[in-house]
Design a binder for this molecule. Structure first.
Ligand SMILES: Nc1ncnc2c1ncn2[C@@H]1O[C@H](COP(=O)(O)OP(=O)(O)O)[C@@H](O)[C@H]1O
Ligand SMILES: [Mg+2]
Length: 277
């Protein structure tokens, strides 16, 4: 694999804390992949995310982004440009009174020239489906729309990697779908590496890879079809499984022999239909 991010034996403890928030995490993230990160509250997901663009620095071990070490002061700007972060609350990420000004904020601060800013802002707003709202006031938008504007603001930096820390936690189901489809398209169509931290199993089921964290360590790591059938293990970590997997596992317990990797509603329905035919 061609790793865009390498996390090597990273340990981190918050001041005054008696146990590490990250405890020897080692993993590579393949360029252009869509990775979901799961884990119960306090398992270390946000701490992990903040290591990817040097908001936090490892106490031991190291994090490399395109071979740039997050602990090296000289690489900081280059790393922040490569790895964009989107957080849970869109209201905390919007800084301007007009959508397009908000998206222009970061490139303006980076000293990008005006014609290039115009190009990036228009491009980013189109990529998240918010171009028609470019002259609107952000505070009047829905949660899903605001979050897509926040994503456009990050895209205007032309990042290599997009890290989203529970971006759908405050959204209604429609907003959730908007944001996840947008993020998935950025990965599939634009080749942007996506690291999506989420509590929603249906969102994680769409990823190439699922990483499950527990008490600062990687507890499970594999494709959705490998991770989700491990229902007992996931439940022991205070997580659920996607509804499709749950249904298949229950039907199998009742005597059917369905493929446990059928994660989408379509694949699940097709598998059941085939078994009944
Ligand atoms: N700012 C902080 N100060 C002290 N401890 C923290 C801080 N942020 C998180 N922690 C602790 O670090 C551990 C991991 O937290 P976090 O990375 O936020 O987990 P998650 O995002 O999976 O909920 C938890 O035990 C949490 O209480
Ligand atoms: Mg968190």
């Amino acid at each position: 694999m061609d790793p865009v991010i390498r996390v090597e034996n990273v340990t981190y403890s918050y001041p005054d804390s008696d146990r590490p928030a990250l405890d020897g995490v080692t993993l590579d993230v393949a360029r252009g992949s869509f990775v979901a990160v799961l884990g119960s509250n306090g398992s270390g997901k946000s701490t992990f995310a903040k290591h990817l663009n040097a908001i936090l620095l490892p106490a031991a071990g190291r994090v490399l982004v395109d071979e740039l070490d997050t602990a090296k002061e000289d690489d900081l700007l280059a790393i922040r440009r490569r790895v964009g972060m989107v957080f849970q609350n869109p209201d905390n990420q919007i800084v301007a009174n007009v959508v397009e000004d908000d998206v222009a904020f970061a490139p303006e601060n980076m000293g990008v020239e005006p014609a290039e800013i115009r190009r990036r802002v228009d491009g980013a707003l189109k990529q998240v489906g918010m171009y028609d709202f470019r002259l609107h006031a952000p505070h009047l938008l829905s949660g899903g729309q605001k979050q897509r504007v926040a994503i456009a603001g990050v895209l205007a930096m032309e990042p290599e990697v997009l890290v989203l820390d529970e971006p759908t936690a405050m959204l209604d189901p429609k907003g959730r779908r908007e944001v996840v489809s947008t993020v998935e398209a950025l990965c599939r169509d634009r080749g942007i590496t996506v690291i999506l931290i989420t509590h929603h199993m249906d969102e994680a089921a769409r990823a190439d890879r699922v990483i499950v964290m527990d008490r600062g360590r990687v507890a499970l790591d594999g494709t959705p079809a490998e991770v989700f059938p491990q229902a007992d293990r996931l439940r022991a970590l205070d997580l659920t499984v996607p509804e499709t997997t749950d249904l298949i596992l229950r039907l199998n317990a009742a005597g059917m022999a369905l493929p446990t990797g059928a994660l989408t509603v379509e694949a699940c329905a097709a598998a059941i239909g085939e078994a009944l035919a």
